[in-house]
Design a protein around this ligand. Structure first.
Ligand code: BDR
Ligand code: CA
Length: 311
């Protein structure tokens, strides 16, 4: 199994990603969850991480609290999508499992230094603040990262928070800039992919059929989460963004993309947080990321339901 750290701001879609990882021990060894401010402020994203682990019956999962604000900008949150708790939908008990004392950034650094080089994959599902802080504090870790597989950015699908920016990158573009320049192998799940992974009735049926506490929770999360997209864009469901990252680790063959240069816009007021992706290779800038463009959505949901049914 691949050793990973999930860096997250749950979020209903983060929650499904975490469930998929926890349900897949043959493929994934989840060393810890690190939390970051994003969809909602840090105390809530941390509490939500605890709620999700307890729901999955995995209260022994190490959780580490990270950055409560982006590097340079004021935190922008997304309660309009995820609800005031960040995890609106089912009513779940207040968590009792512990959060570790160590700061998330130090956990990331220590893990990368203590484990063999090229054996740790970082999976950021929110703003890239923690990863950037780790790279700033310990530049030596960049060479030791096996891969960074992240959800963020957009190219053909442009933006979901401004006309040109995707939420995770927009919230902390300076952090994203540091990560995209760090030299580690990077795989990106942008909106171009995630907007194909839609929670249609057929795709969600597998979760209904489980008839488990976890299955019901996922159905209620998606019911809540998709009302925003359905109302705003008249789509038949919502994009299940973050699980694409974990699914890629298990079934990379479900995704396709291009190894290209991606730069982050950090100076322009108008297009701040844009992922300037050289999809057509029109510059001679060095490729630095595999930018995905497509996913087999039916197979993706089949994988999700097959795995999550185990919890
Ligand atoms: C990303 O932003 C968050 O709202 C979701 O959890 C996802 O990580 C999509 O733009
Ligand atoms: Ca997220």
């Amino acid at each position: 199994p691949r050793k990973i750290i999930i860096d997250t701001d749950p979020g209903q879609d983060d929650a499904v990603a975490i469930l998929l990882a926890l349900a897949s021990p043959e493929d994934i060894d989840l060393l810890g969850l690190t939390t970051v401010a994003g969809n909602v402020p840090l105390p809530l994203t941390t509490k939500n991480a605890q709620i999700i682990c307890e729901l999955a019956g995995k209260a022994n999962t190490p959780i580490f609290k990270g950055a409560d604000a982006p590097l340079k900008h004021k935190l922008v949150t997304a309660e309009h999508v995820h609800g005031e708790t960040g995890l609106n939908g089912p009513t779940l008990p207040d968590p009792t499992m512990p959060v570790r004392d160590q700061h998330a950034v130090d956990f990331i650094i220590d893990t990368l230094r203590n484990e063999a080089s090229d054996t740790i994959t970082l999976c950021p599902l929110g703003p890239l603040t923690n990863i950037a802080l780790a790279l700033q504090k310990a530049p030596d870790i960049a060479d030791r990262i096996q891969e960074i597989v992240l959800m963020g950015g957009a190219y053909f699908e442009v933006g979901n928070v401004t006309p040109t920016a995707e939420f995770n990158i927009y919230v902390d573009p300076e952090a994203a800039d540091i990560v995209f320049k760090c030299g580690a192998p990077i795989t990106v799940m942008p909106l171009d992919v995630t907007h194909k992974a839609l929670t249609t009735q057929e795709h969600i049926q597998g979760f209904r059929d489980m008839d488990t506490k976890v299955g019901h929770a996922v159905v209620e999360w998606t019911n809540f989460f998709e009302r925003f997209d359905k109302e705003k864009y008249s789509t038949p469901g919502a994009p299940l963004h973050d699980p694409c990252v974990i699914a890629y680790l298990i079934r990379p063959d479900l995704f396709s993309g291009r190894y290209i240069n991606v730069e982050i816009e950090i100076t322009s007021e108008l297009t701040r947080g844009m992922t300037v992706a050289d999809w057509w290779g029109v510059t001679d800038r060095e490729p630095n990321a595999t930018f995905m463009g497509d996913v087999d959505a039916d197979a993706f949901f089949a994988l999700l339901t097959e795995r999550v049914a185990r919890l």
